[in-house]
Design a protein around this ligand. Structure first.
Ligand code: ZN
Length: 189
């Protein structure tokens, strides 16, 4: 969050990006967090948290949708080397959420494998419809973040780590307008 503040303020430190750092982490890595975010070109975790080499495991899928391979990749750090933090990062004006929302609303099917993303977002869509807000795509985006973080927090492999207090799973929302990351839930007290 300190790095994000630097991003918002335009006061970047670009940490951990020199040849010394490259050598330091060449044999082994110990990232302090996992970030699961959207493929959107405007939401690169390393930039908006002002991090460098070896700091984060980063996964990016459309609307940060998960499936077994993605979930396994999120679990890798926490389960094999005790990475203490997972951030599920959604964002403002997510095109993948919007396309999925419209397809489900209209009973349409997205072309090719894009439909797999819409299928993964079905629970978030259902929640957005129930909540019936003035901006359903944004409501669905926030629901998708919360539901994904909740699922990871309580799954059979990560749940015990969360219970023990050695892992936090945080839901967060990124504003394209301001660059600011807003915590939606799950931050350690
Ligand atoms: Zn997106």
């Amino acid at each position: 969050m300190e790095g994000n503040k630097r991003w918002v303020d335009g006061n970047l430190h670009h940490p951990d990006r020199d040849p010394d750092r490259r050598q330091l982490v060449a044999q082994t890595q110990e990232p302090y967090g996992v970030v699961l975010s959207c493929i959107d070109s405007r939401v690169p975790p390393e930039l908006l948290f002002d991090t460098g080499l070896g700091d984060l495991y980063v996964l990016r899928t459309g609307a940060q949708a998960v499936g077994p391979v993605v979930t396994g990749s999120v679990e890798y750090g926490p389960m094999t080397s005790g990475t203490p933090l997972i951030v599920v990062l959604g964002h403002q004006r997510c095109g993948a959420v919007e396309a999925s929302y419209k397809a489900m609303r209209d009973g349409a099917t997205l072309p090719g494998n894009l439909q797999a993303i819409a299928d993964a977002l079905r629970p978030a869509y259902d929640q957005a419809v129930r909540l019936d807000g003035s901006d359903p795509v944004d409501t669905m985006t926030r629901a998708q973040i919360r539901l994904t973080a909740n699922d990871l927090r309580s799954n059979k492999d990560l749940g015990p780590l969360v219970k023990k207090g050695s892992l936090a799973v945080v839901g967060a929302y990124y504003s394209l307008d301001t660059g600011r990351v807003e915590i939606l839930g799950g931050a350690p007290s």
